[in-house]
Ligand binder design. Structure first.
Ligand code: FAD
Ligand code: SF4
Length: 456
């Protein structure tokens, strides 16, 4: 941490050329100093700010007493993935926004404290738990993102026989295929998968439920309940001319090639990915910033975040926006695409955009962009990444008779995360639409409780 209380980071040169984690987090002295600032408020509003309701005040009190193992156990009562959440939660809008010290613009850095105690366990290779005897009732958990990992762990702890099915060759969902190594080292996700296996969860990779097996196949194999945590991984597109040109990627494909298929280690790993030199990324959420910063590390040098609103409306974590600025990512704000144009070979050469002004708030509560007639301008680009959101993938859910979906195509659930089909429960992005890791975890914990109750 520097004199201004900012967290230390690896040097900029390394950030431009490697995928190493950018933020170093707290060391022990910094952690204790930060914990000492906590006022131990009677009402502790920070816990209410956390979607999973972590007992923040108590875990910080335990840090003050250097009881790190107990502190982590306290966090794990509510959050199964503390090393992940300590790094990727939008704390500035959640627990830290609720901290009483936020009024003085200096809230306790709760995320970094959480990360510190969670990392001690990972780095010390602390003993993993032993599997419990199982009750014989089999549950299928479909999808291994934060929702699936959490639900599987809780079900195994309650003595059920749990099988986790993952379509890809590596479990972890967005934590492995979306969020890059420089924000979330993959050894953390590997640790969580090992933790699950030590609880006795059977992990089956390359198993696309709805293709490899249907739910009825699984029912015939003796599964008594199902948890659907398949995320919302179907990319949305811009719907402008030229979107099919070579050099236009969905963020999903771009990030999967780089992070899951290790495109950044080409030719050691054999998935090539072309990031070009001048890259335009449409969108301003975490996905857009991850794409822009990956392109930078692959050698692109003129990278633009092209966003239809202003900095104030950007949904990405503030810390990552700041990191991107430091790394030289440029912004075209209040700009929307009209047409992508090509060179003679059918590859992207640039995009024509139009300037916007902000009008009235839309259904999201943010002021909506209104195009300004005659304000068109061009940006020369050789690569475009579209990161403007995702939808539910219909592959599995369209096959389930009687499964109620909402107007946006996501699964409808009751307060206990049970769907309209009695033996199927669901949580995470497939219920709420693209959201956050911690909201997927909080919902999955409710679902696990309800499944255990249902099977009793
Ligand atoms: P996912 O993580 O999407 O996992 C679903 C899993 O199900 C996947 O592994 C998928 O392969 C598998 N699957 C799908 N269909 C099937 C099938 N038929 N059979 C078997 N398996 C299947 N949130 C934050 O809080 N902070 C961040 O900084 C942040 N950054 C993000 C960056 C990126 C690039 C992306 C894409 C998202 C980010 N998010 C962030 C959002 C967050 O990651 C998601 O809200 C969260 O991962 C949702 O968890 P999930 O378990 O519901 O789904
Ligand atoms: Fe500590 Fe802030 Fe929570 Fe009060 S609100 S208990 S100061 S973290």
């Amino acid at each position: 941490m520097n004199e201004r209380g900012e967290i230390s980071k690896i040097n900029l040169q390394e950030r431009l050329t490697t995928f190493k984690e950018v933020s170093r987090g707290f060391n022990a002295a910094e952690c204790l100093k930060e914990a000492a600032r906590c006022l131990q408020c009677t009402k502790a509003p920070c816990s209410k700010g956390c979607p999973a309701g972590i007992d923040v005040k108590e875990f910080i009190r335990l840090i003050k007493e250097k009881k790190y193992t107990e502190s982590l156990a306290k966090i794990r009562e509510a959050n199964s993935l503390p090393a992940v959440c300590g790094r990727v939660c939008p704390q500035e809008e959640q627990c830290q926004a609720a901290c009483v010290l936020a009024k003085r613009l200096d809230p306790i850095q709760i995320g970094y404290l959480e990360r510190f105690v969670a990392d001690i366990e990972i780095e010390s290779h602390a003993l993993l738990p032993q599997a419990k005897a199982v009750s014989g009732k089999k549950v299928a958990v479909i999808g291994s993102g934060p929702a699936g990992l959490t639900c599987a762990a809780d079900l195994a702890k309650s003595g059920l026989e749990v099988y986790l099915f993952e379509a890809l060759h590596k479990p972890g969902g967005v934590l492995v295929y979306g969020i890059p190594e420089f924000r979330l080292p993959k050894k953390i996700v590997d640790h969580e998968v090992k933790y699950l296996q030590s609880l006795g969860v059977n992990v089956e990779r390359n198993a696309v439920i709805g293709r490899t097996y249907t739910l009825d196949d699984l029912r015939q194999k003796g599964f008594k309940a199902f948890f659907v945590g398949v995320g919302a991984g179907l990319p949305q597109f811009l719907n402008v001319p030229g979107e099919n040109l070579n050099g236009v990627y969905s963020a999903n494909e771009f990030l999967t090639r780089i992070n899951l298929m290790k495109g950044y280690c080409f030719p050691e790993y054999d998935t090539p990915v072309k990031a070009g030199k001048r890259v335009g990324v449409f969108g301003a959420g975490n996905v857009a910033f991850d794409s822009a910063r990956c392109a930078l590390r692959l050698g692109a040098r003129d990278i633009f975040i092209i966003y239809r609103r202003t900095l104030d409306e950007m949904p990405a974590r503030h810390e990552e926006i700041e990191n991107a600025r430091e790394e030289g990512i440029k912004f075209h704000l209040l700009s929307s695409p009209k047409e992508i144009y090509s060179d003679n070979n059918g590859s992207v050469k640039g995009v024509i955009c139009i300037k916007n002004e902000l009008g009235r708030p839309d259904s999201s509560g943010r002021r909506s962009p209104v195009p300004i007639a005659g304000s068109e301008f061009g940006i020369e680009l050789d690569t475009i990444v579209v990161a403007i959101g995702t939808n539910a993938n219909p592959l599995l859910i369209s096959q389930i008779t009687g499964l109620k979906l909402n107007k946006r195509g996501y699964i409808e659930v009751n307060d206990e995360m049970q769907t309209s089909v009695e033996d199927i429960f669901a949580a995470g992005d497939i219920v709420s639409g693209s959201a956050t890791v911690i909201s997927a975890i909080a919902q999955a914990r409710l679902a696990a409780k309800a499944i255990a109750k249902y099977l009793k």
